[in-house]
Design a protein around this ligand. Structure first.
Ligand SMILES: Cc1cc2nc3c(=O)[nH]c(=O)nc-3n(C[C@H](O)[C@H](O)[C@H](O)COP(=O)(O)OP(=O)(O)OC[C@H]3O[C@@H](n4cnc5c(N)ncnc54)[C@H](O)[C@@H]3O)c2cc1C
Length: 429
């Protein structure tokens, strides 16, 4: 069977639904194709969604979207075997719309967003796995799914990190394992009042924790986000950590995280209701794919548009921003009746102007930090030892703070490494 539409968007995650919604609401013909029976079924984020981009597309979206809690507290926590040092920030300013973060559950959020695109006029086709791009005279003219061919003036790849389409288009080389993270996440159910007591929350306030020092001898970090009546707990680690003779298998890392006393108390008596794993692009600015070619645009994770800077991981709002930019490019191309590289190039221009590529460029050295074991393991231990020395009173004379600092840092880290790490942190962050 052969069909023809103006635009095909492959993948109904945040990038795909943002593209389809933006096009459909301005009267464009758009087909949104998703392999899952229900959008979001297998999609994974931590997940805190920063709201400002989606607010521009769907004003006050939080009033209708299935958001869980408004993040008004953030903590960066350095874990050691039996202790923790926490840097907490809590402010109602964080909860002020639209710039705040919301904890979300992807299964519900993606379903809502794709439905919004459908209501705006997009044709949503679920349960369809796109096998490949359709080519004619070396040009992309549509997609193939099983025996079906669907033709379009433009195809948008929003098919996530393992984007088959981006690879086939020639815009992206094989991703290097060192530039990919593996996220493993558990959703742990707990009564709402227990969550609010344990995390000192009121009403729909929520908190987001980032953990360092919890991934044994491998680079990575952990997270915990509060939902209404569940917690999202997980780790994100570099893919090679699970090969190269790693003694610990992937699920054991999350078990390890759950054994830290700081965390075991927070999740006590909770019931595991969901377990998932997913890849995350972590190569940053230097590992981005090319974003366009004739009749073809790449959005979201498919292009590598995500940023992990150790204390925060952003991808969903980048995906939505890229979807909006892709839609604007297609609207312009339609007006000009031209879908070649010449008009598709406008997408690159819009992305260059957006906070997404600006942030990725500013933090282009951040991937090196996430790979630095001293920053991920040694320093959290040093900080914990320092805190113990600082607060413990054991009858011995109390050293001056500067002596404590020197004793704890220099004992664990050589001076050249200390200087190197300082330079890396300044360059990266
Ligand atoms: C553990 C973890 C924690 C994270 N935490 C956060 C966070 O807190 N905040 C944040 O902003 N980001 C977070 N991220 C990153 C974020 O999840 C991604 O950047 C974001 O989901 C990218 O959106 P996307 O639409 O580009 O891709 P995806 O969300 O991956 O969506 C791709 C869609 O395409 C579909 N698809 C794929 N192939 C095909 C095909 N061949 N045919 C048809 N359909 C197809 C998929 O089913 C899916 O629906 C996290 C990621 C992980 C793994």
């Amino acid at each position: 069977m052969t069909e023809k539409v103006d635009t095909i968007v492959v993948g109904a995650g945040p990038a795909g639904s943002a593209t389809a919604y933006s096009l459909a609401k301005t009267g464009h013909e758009v087909l949104l194709v998703e392999r899952a029976k229900t959008p979001g079924e297998k999609n994974v984020s931590g997940g805190v969604l920063f709201g400002s981009v989606l607010h521009k597309l769907i004003p006050n979206f939080w009033e209708e979207a299935p958001v869980e809690r408004t993040i008004t507290k953030r903590s960066l926590i350095f874990l050691a075997d039996d202790s923790s040092v926490s840097l907490d920030f809590a402010s109602p300013k964080l909860g002020k719309p639209p710039n705040n973060g919301y904890s979300i559950i992807r299964k519900e959020f993606d379903q809502w967003f794709a439905k919004r695109a459908e209501e705006a006029g997009a044709l949503l086709a679920t349960g369809i796995l796109v096998d490949s791009l359709l080519w004619e005279n070396k040009r992309i003219v549509g997609i193939k799914a099983g025996d079906d061919e669907i033709r379009a003036k433009v195809v948008v790849a929003a098919d996530g990190i393992n984007s088959l389409l981006t690879e086939q288009s020639g815009l992206r080389k094989d991703p290097q394992p060192k530039n990919i993270g593996l996220g493993i996440k558990e959703v742990i159910q707990l009564p709402r009042d227990i969550i609010e007591t344990r995390f000192n929350l009121e009403g729909n306030e929520g908190t987001a924790h980032t953990y360092l020092g919890c991934t044994k001898d491998y680079p990575g970090g952990g997270f915990l986000y509060t939902n209404c009546d569940s917690l999202s707990l997980g780790i994100v680690m570099k893919l090679p950590s699970f090969s190269n003779g790693a003694n610990t298998k992937a699920p054991e890392f999350i078990d390890h995280l759950k054994q830290f006393p700081y965390i075991s108390r927070l999740i006590k008596d909770g019931e595991l209701i969901e377990y998932s794993a997913h890849l995350v692009p972590e190569g940053g600015y230097r590992d981005l794919s090319k974003l366009y070619t004739d009749n073809f645009l790449v959005t979201g994770d498919a292009a590598g548009l995500a940023l992990n800077i150790g204390y925060a991981l952003e991808g969903m709002n980048f995906a939505i921003a890229s979807g909006i930019a892709a839609a604007k490019t297609i609207q312009r191309a339609k007006q000009q009746g031209n879908y070649t590289k010449k008009t598709m190039k406008y997408y690159q221009h819009l992305m260059n102007q957006s906070f997404v590529l600006k942030d990725m460029k500013t933090f282009r050295n951040a991937p090196a930090i996430v790979n630095n074991m001293r920053l991920m393991k040694t320093y959290p231990e040093v900080i914990n030892n320092l805190a113990l020395n600082l607060f413990q009173s054991n009858g011995s004379p109390r050293p001056k703070l500067v002596n404590l600092l020197l004793k704890n840092i220099v004992r664990e880290v050589s001076l050249p490494h200390l200087m190197l790490d300082g330079i890396q942190a300044v360059r990266g962050l």
